[in-house]
Design a protein around this ligand. Structure first.
Ligand SMILES: Cc1cc2nc3c(=O)[nH]c(=O)nc-3n(C[C@H](O)[C@H](O)[C@H](O)COP(=O)(O)OP(=O)(O)OC[C@H]3O[C@@H](n4cnc5c(N)ncnc54)[C@H](O)[C@@H]3O)c2cc1C
Length: 451
């Protein structure tokens, strides 16, 4: 069978693949671009609205971000907002809610007050809220378990409705990106139900085979397949210094509007994953959702049985370097307790009681009767282990073999927020490699305005 040829092929139709498909279609003269997805639709895994926290992580309320990291993250977050405005997505898949990073107790409040002063220039809309103001905008954060006000000092920094955009259904945004791309370049194609099992290069051309026996060829390939990006990279002999530890995140739902907006907590700097937060779920009638938890799972995809178990072992590539990283994580009592606690958050009978104890830092009056484990919610973060540095990498990772015309992206949180920025980075590599034209002026005008 003759391979269908494309100038650029993107493997994986989550938010990362969809963003790149859009940017290549709209702002370059790439002749034909293919987006090849394993399942029947876009974003059925981690980019689906119910799989992640629906947050635009721009760095203002993420207390684990330094000023330097926040300055890098913000332009990527701004691109999401600019795209949303461009396609009139306000209140369709992009929303402006209230949000805050909440400090509880003297030490955290002192930290947050300093952080507010440091970050206010980067986020001109940012506000500080003392206990009285918090009581007005998020009364449940102040109300104590038996009534009255919680006794601790609290302080928060954040924004009010209308200040900025905070929330996105990244699943719906993926669909919009592909629809907009097809409007300008109807000849660019999207393929569903094509699980790519092998990629090999012959001369200057990549041959891409799917499990159904179809073959595609391309001059440039970007693999945006989440944890499977590393699986496919290893198959091609790339990225052996990386391994993947999939960390699932679950949520608990309430049937009430306990919170008016997003309430994040101060991140313990020792912990590798974002602190628990509470917010209105845009896909569940704005009922409050708490989470995510963090549970290492021996599979690359959630809710697909044990299908990806063998692939997990292949991408983990368990050896002494991986063992050392895992051992070092477990050696630290804070991390060990966190891992154990997060495991218990999944154990029926024990989970709700333990989880409520943690979530009461946000809503002190929360009880076990208020929450239910959100079945089918929460995806998997493909955390990358760097075997050379013997470290768990906290953010995203890419494998870009020099001058080979192929890129592999692994995208744990905040990969959805970074999708437009990551796509721009990959677009530039493709444009350079294939000697294409890039309408940067239009790109900057439409997507790079400060918001
Ligand atoms: C609990 C949780 C909370 C999160 N919260 C946030 C948040 O609030 N904000 C934020 O910015 N980020 C958040 N993230 C991270 C965010 O969800 C991901 O970074 C993002 O969705 C990754 O998008 P992606 O397109 O790279 O990968 P995915 O969404 O995983 O998409 C990969 C696609 O590749 C396809 N694929 C895989 N293998 C193959 C193959 N062999 N052939 C063809 N196709 C293949 C898959 O079917 C899938 O459609 C969260 C993640 C989790 C788990």
């Amino acid at each position: 069978m003759m391979a269908q040829h494309f100038e650029i092929a993107i493997i994986g139709g989550g938010i990362s693949g969809a963003a790149l498909f859009y940017e290549l279609s709209k702002y370059t003269n790439a002749k034909k671009v293919a987006l090849i997805e394993k399942y029947h639709a876009l974003s059925t895994l981690n980019s689906k609205g119910t799989s992640n926290s629906q947050t635009i992580h721009c760095g203002d309320i993420e207390t684990n971000y330094t000023y330097e990291k926040a300055s890098k993250v913000k332009p990527n977050a701004d691109m999401i907002i600019n795209y949303g405005k461009l396609v009139n997505a306000q209140d369709k898949f992009m929303f402006s809610h209230q949000k805050m990073a909440l400090a509880v107790g003297e030490t955290e409040c002192e930290f947050m007050e300093k952080r507010y002063e440091e970050f206010k220039n980067l986020y001109p809309y940012i506000r500080k809220f003392d206990k009285e103001e918090i009581k007005k905008i998020e009364p449940k954060v102040v109300e104590a378990l038996g009534g009255g006000d919680r006794p601790e000092k609290i302080f928060a920094m954040g924004s009010l409705v209308g200040d900025t955009y905070t929330t996105v259904d990244y699943g719906k945004m993926s669909i919009s990106l592909v629809e907009e791309a097809k409007k300008v370049r109807p000849d660019n194609e999207v393929f569903f139900n094509e699980e790519i099992t092998s990629i090999y290069k012959k001369g200057d051309v990549f041959y891409i085979r799917s499990i159904s026996g179809n073959e595609f060829s391309a001059n440039f390939v970007v693999v945006d397949a989440g944890a499977h990006s590393l699986f496919l990279a290893h198959k091609m002999g790339y990225g052996h210094d990386y391994a993947c530890l999939p960390v699932a995140g679950s949520f608990y739902l309430t049937k009430k509007h306990l919170l008016n907006g997003k309430v994040y907590m101060v991140q313990n700097p020792k912990l590798p994953f974002a602190a628990l937060h509470g917010d209105p779920d845009i896909l569940c009638d704005m009922n409050t959702r708490f989470g995510p938890t963090a549970l290492a799972l021996p599979k690359l995809e959630r809710y697909h049985g044990l299908k990806s178990l063998p692939e997990f072992f292949k991408t983990l590539r368990l050896d002494s370097a991986v063992m050392k990283i895992l051992f070092d994580l477990m050696k630290d009592s804070t991390i060990r307790n966190y891992i154990l606690r997060n495991f218990l958050f999944e154990v029926p009978g024990l989970n709700k009681g333990l989880f409520v104890k943690d979530a009461r830092k946000i809503v002190p009056s929360l009880t076990t009767d208020d929450i239910t484990y959100a079945k089918g919610f929460g995806g998997v973060r493909p955390q990358v282990l760097n075997k050379t540095e013997k470290k768990l990498m906290l953010g995203e990772a890419s494998i870009v073999p020099e001058n080979q015309g192929i890129i592999f992206n692994m995208t744990p949180s905040p990969g959805a927020t970074s999708c437009m920025g990551n796509a721009l980075r990959d677009l530039k590599l493709a444009v350079n490699y294939l000697k294409l034209e890039f309408n940067e002026e239009l790109f900057n005008k439409e997507l790079r305005a400060d918001v």
